[in-house]
Design a protein around this ligand. Sequence first.
Ligand code: NCD
Length: 312
Amino acid sequence: MKKLSVSHLLGIKYLQLEDLHLIFETATHFKEVINRPIKKVPSLRDITIANLFFENSTRTKLSFELAEKRLSADVINFSASQSSVSKGETLVDTVNNILAMKVDLIVMRHPNPGAAHFLSKQVDSCIVNAGDGTHEHPSQALLDAYSLQEKLGDLKGRRIAIVGDILHSRVALSNIYALKMLGAEVKLCAPKSLLPKNIESLGVTTSSDLMSVLNWCDAVNMLRVQKERMELSYFPSTREYSQNFGLNGARLKQLRKEIVVLHPGPINRGVEVTSEVADSEQAIILDQVENGVAIRMAIIYLLGSQLNRVTT
Ligand code: NCD
């Protein structure tokens, strides 16, 4: 059986191109499985997984949980607001207590950048990063790239734009790493205040002119404005932001070609995309959600199988 080059999924930055191909190949197999009348396989029936969410999540949490259950793993869920973390327990103590219950794999979302990396050095378990603050969100980038490949074919030389709150977005950083690794050209579009300094060093270009970016690209990933991460005001008003950086039907119609529209969710309808765009044929937002389960099955299956406990 082919193996990943890593024993944790901490970020796209730590993966090789072969890892991406292996995850995509495995996800294609699982996508076929989850479209069968019986959507479950016994592959991970000996594995116990804890989903530790120290930050709010709907899609990612449900998607991981469903992926784990479709692989027949035993699953426990933990949310920080209902836990002893609020009583002052450290992250390492919380996780070691959970591991003492014989948990094999931890999926963790945490508000601090680097939290998953830190944990992987401190505890003896396989860690999957489900989003660490403004840093990385590897499973989202994998499902975005997979969904793009499904629509456009090989991404080598394809032009992909990422529009919106690049500064606070873990989706943007992980997408940049994944898309560059797959050979795509990447352009970031945002108000200057939401573009991190020196981001061009990652091999991307930047612009604050939405129409020229839309005319350039084959696909656009529209990011949410992450208000909860902003201590300051990064633009004058939401109305002005959506006038300059929001995607609406009129803008799509002005283009010389049809582009693919992605959004990681949750959508602020009327801010980064209008309902007309979100519900259009060009948007692949619900394909992303469907592929998310297959991609997360692939990640959990590949890492879980490397634990040497599985009988397949
Ligand atoms: C993203 C996240 O949490 O980083 N959403 C998600 O995982 N579905 C993007 C966002 O919150 O805007």
